[in-house]
Design a protein around this ligand. Structure first.
Ligand SMILES: CC(C)(COP(=O)(O)OP(=O)(O)OC[C@H]1O[C@@H](n2cnc3c(N)ncnc32)[C@H](O)[C@@H]1OP(=O)(O)O)[C@@H](O)C(=O)NCCC(=O)NCCS
Length: 169
């Protein structure tokens, strides 16, 4: 079993993060999205672009949280998440997603939304966003839009998600 190390990206990791996203997705759309979000000072939060490294120090996984708003309240969008195809399903994705959620919780962030595989994200505590009254600003299958409250003591805001401009939605 591979032991994955996680840490926030630094300036030296930018090319490796792009390479992971290019490898994980069929087109450059997600890699370009990451670069556009990094250039958006209103969306990018230092420390919330997390990487997973193998024991040799190769960057194999990436998970990104950027600023969005839900019903006008600040929240985080988890997108994209990516793992090199050669090591998918060996825990890198789980390690890097857990690490970025922990980092967000430590910063006092409250709410994370994700649009993705309904079989994957519930293991991190995500559940259907619709049960919180959270909606996407576009048509999305109900089970694919999920939300996670990081702080049980605060009420979860409902409403429509306003994504960073780089998402183009
Ligand atoms: C999705 C992704 C980030 C998961 O990372 P990973 O390192 O492969 O996943 P892990 O090893 O942590 O977890 C493996 C588990 O995830 C599940 N899983 C992986 N990819 C999945 C997918 N596309 N749909 C549903 N479940 C998936 C596996 O079935 C496995 O489940 P199990 O633990 O019950 O056997 C990675 O597979 C990836 O980069 N995929 C291509 C890009 C992508 O689809 N990104 C997500 C966009 S929402």
């Amino acid at each position: 079993m591979t032991v994955w190390t996680t840490r926030p990206e630094t300036a030296d990791d930018v090319a490796a993060v792009r390479a992971v996203n290019l490898a994980a997705f069929p087109t450059a759309e997600e890699a370009d999205l990451v670069d556009a979000l990094r250039a958006d000072t209103g969306a990018w939060l230092d420390g919330l672009s997390m990487i997973a490294l193998d024991p040799g120090g190769t960057v194999a996984g990436h998970a990104l949280l950027t600023r969005c708003h839900v019903g006008g309240a600040p929240a985080l969008a988890l997108a994209p998440t990516a793992v090199l195809p050669s090591v998918q399903r060996t825990g890198a994705g789980s390690a890097v997603i857990r690490a970025v959620l922990d980092a967000a919780r430590a910063r006092g962030e409250h709410l994370v939304v994700v649009l993705g595989h309904a079989d994957y994200y519930p293991r991190f505590g995500f559940s259907r966003a619709s049960r919180f009254g959270i909606r996407a600003p576009f048509e999305a299958p109900d089970e694919a839009l999920m939300a996670l409250a990081l702080d049980d003591t605060r009420p979860v805001p409902g409403g429509t998600i306003a994504y960073a401009a780089a998402f183009g939605v």
